[in-house]
Design a protein around this ligand. Structure first.
Ligand SMILES: NC(=O)C1=CN([C@@H]2O[C@H](COP(=O)(O)OP(=O)(O)OC[C@H]3O[C@@H](n4cnc5c(N)ncnc54)[C@H](OP(=O)(O)O)[C@@H]3O)[C@@H](O)[C@H]2O)C=CC1
Ligand SMILES: CC(=O)N[C@@H](CCC(=O)OP(=O)(O)O)C(=O)O
Length: 314
């Protein structure tokens, strides 16, 4: 019998991307609500409890509410919001991040999908800290740029509809200038860092795509790893992954925001100057792919004991 899946928030930006990835799958059947019922608590409660697995594509408060409506211990939850990413009792849904993580996801009934920016940051930083190549108390900084779909329906309207309340004709803007972005604690927690990284996000006038960078002044470290050691550690960490890869090609001189747009892949790069002791770690992904919907479908597949790449743009 096919597993029953309910996407709460299925009419939003991430929800629709998940529906696309699940369409045509005979191993799953989707529970859907009529448009006039999709915010009705009673209808959602019924769907949430009928489903074998639910994916929450909601604002944080609505995601917390959805979890509170589940009154059985069978339904598996994959939460795409920020609500539970550092919450006790939840499993971080980043299968490639550490040995044993995939197995932990498979066992769990409460899985938090990683944030789009933390996906890039953690993929670059966590293996290096875990291997002892970079100290956990290093003062990390990370700058990143997202396509505007990263801000959901409201930001899409702001960039595409001149009559939207926050309409903008800007090409590029930096934000989170108060350094209090919601992703900082997630980055710190899942890389086990002593200090929160300084996070400098930006949004550009392109629908989807993301670049996350981590610059490193290796020359300031007491025991600096070589460029080769960093590249080797990342390559080894993702050697078995179909979705995460380390590009070791020589001579790359630019990376575009769109590089992994419309895929569920995450591509990592290590640039730098050995003699100057400087490194520029770069991650390219799609904020809606490995940064949201792709990761959610991968987690759903793992959770249901299926081939984890089913429906993905690998
Ligand atoms: N966009 C992205 O790149 C990423 C998004 N995420 C996370 O995924 C979640 C969804 O984001 P996104 O798809 O971008 O947001 P959207 O605003 O595009 O979609 C959210 C959807 O949730 C619906 N909704 C809001 N409140 C309720 C409620 N109480 N009950 C039922 N439905 C409700 C909205 O309804 P309505 O259509 O009426 O507004 C909308 O359809 C967020 O938590 C976000 O942080 C995570 C990673 C990346
Ligand atoms: C461009 C833009 O605004 N991006 C959003 C992040 C995307 C998102 O919704 O965040 P989660 O990954 O935590 O769910 C932001 O910075 O708040």
């Amino acid at each position: 019998m096919s597993a029953q899946v309910f996407i709460d928030g299925g009419a939003g930006t991430t929800g629709l991307e998940i529906v696309e990835r699940l369409s045509g799958r005979s191993d799953l059947s989707l529970i859907t609500l009529a448009d006039n019922k999709r915010k009705d608590a009673a209808a959602r409660r019924e769907a949430l409890n009928d489903a074998d697995a639910v994916i929450l594509c909601l604002p944080d408060d609505a995601a917390r509410e959805a979890v509170s409506l589940i009154a059985n211990d069978r339904t598996r939850v994959i939460d795409a919001s920020t609500a539970h990413r550092t919450a006790p009792g939840w499993t971080y849904g980043f299968a490639e991040l550490a040995p044993g993580q995939r197995a932990a996801i498979a066992q769990s009934r409460r899985i938090s999908n990683p944030g789009c920016y933390p996906t890039g940051f953690l993929a670059l930083v966590r293996p290096l800290v875990a291997a002892g190549l970079i100290p956990a108390d290093w003062p990390f900084t990370t700058n990143a740029t997202s396509g505007y779909s990263g801000g959901g329906k409201a930001m899409i309207a702001a960039f595409e509809d001149p009559d939207a309340p926050d309409a903008t004709d800007t090409a590029f803007r930096i934000y989170a200038l108060g350094l209090g972005h919601k992703h900082v604690s997630e980055m710190q927690a899942h890389a086990a860092l002593a200090h929160p990284p300084i996070f400098m996000p930006a949004v550009a006038r392109t629908y989807r795509g993301m670049i996350v960078e981590v610059p490193l002044q290796l020359c300031a470290m007491p025991e600096a790893p070589s460029l080769g050691a960093i590249r080797d550690a990342l390559t080894e960490a993702y050697a078995d992954s179909a979705l995460v890869s380390v590009n070791v090609e020589d001579g790359l001189s630019l990376i575009t925001l769109e590089r992994q747009a419309c895929t569920d892949r995450l591509e990592l790069f290590v640039f730098g100057h050995e003699s100057a002791g400087q490194v520029r770690l770069v991650a390219a992904l799609d904020n809606l792919g490995k940064g949201a919907a792709g990761a959610a479908v991968q987690n759903l597949n793992i959770s249901l004991g299926l081939d984890e790449l089913l429906g993905l743009r690998a």
